[in-house]
Design a protein around this ligand. Sequence first.
Ligand code: SME
Length: 184
Amino acid sequence: MTPNITESLAASKTEFYQDLEEQVQAVVDGQRNWVTNLANTSALIYHGLRAVTGKPINWVGFYLLDQDHASSSSTTPRKDSLILGPFQGKVACTTIEFGRGVCGTAAQENRTLLVKDVHEFPGHIACDAASNSEIVVPLELDGRVIGVIDLDCEVVEGFDEVDQAGLEKVAKILVQTCDWRGVV
Ligand code: SME
C-alpha cells in the first residue's frame, strides 16, 4: 500500500530529526563555544526543516539567559530575562522577561510549549506578524533554564509532537556539549 502524504511526511520528518541529532553531534565535535554551536545548529534546523516539510518556517533561533539584565532593585525582586542569541530569520526582539510571551513562559515553566495558533496564546510576542505557529523548547542545565530554542512558522499547526521530541533531543545535546561561559 502506498503511504499517504501525511504519513510519508511524518516518516521523513522523523528521519530528519534522527539525521539532525547526528549533524548536531558532528557540529559540536571538537567545538564547545556556545555561540558557534548554536549558530550552526540554527542553520541546520532552519534549512533542513524547511526543505523536508515544505512548510514556511520563518524563524529558528535561540534566546539565552541574560546575566546583565537582572531587573533587581531594593523594591522589586530580581526577574530573570532572556536575550536574543544566534538565529536564522528576520530581525527579532532582543530581550524577553521570564513569564512573557511564548519564550518567557516556556523558560519560566521549564517546559516545551507547542503553540498551534499563536493568536490563541495570551501574551504572544509578535516579532514577525507573518508567524502563526510556534514551538519553544527550554535548554536546562543542572535544573536551571539557561535558554530556549524557538521556531516560528507562517502557517497554523506548523509544528507537532515529532518536532517536539526531536528538538528536545537537540536541546539535551547542546546543553551537555557546549561551554556556557557568559550565560551561566
Ligand atoms: N514569539 C516569541 C518571541 C520571539 S520571536 O518569535 C522570534 C514569544 O512570544 O516569546
